[in-house]
Design a protein around this ligand. Structure first.
Ligand SMILES: [Zn+2]
Length: 62
C-alpha cells in the first residue's frame, strides 16, 4: 500500500486514525508492516502490500 494511505485509513471498528509500522518498503510502497490502532490497541497486518483492515471481535473502543 502507498505510505500516504495512512492519512485516510481509519480503524474499521473505532474509526480512529492508525499508526503505520513499516517492516519492509519499496519506495513509497509499504510491503510488510502493520497499522496500529491506539484506541483498540490492535495491530492490522500489511502483507504483500495489502492492509488487512477487517473488524475483529474484542474491540474495547466505542
Ligand atoms: Zn480501533
Amino acid at each position: 500500500m502507498k505510505e500516504k494511505l495512512i492519512e485516510i485509513l481509519v480503524c474499521p471498528t473505532s474509526k480512529s486514525s492508525l499508526k503505520l509500522v513499516v517492516e519492509k518498503r519499496e519506495g513509497d510502497d509499504v510491503i510488510e508492516g502493520a497499522l496500529v490502532c491506539s484506541v483498540c490497541n490492535h495491530a492490522f497486518g500489511i502483507n504483500e502490500g495489502v492492509p488487512n483492515l477487517l473488524p475483529w471481535d474484542g474491540c474495547t473502543g466505542s
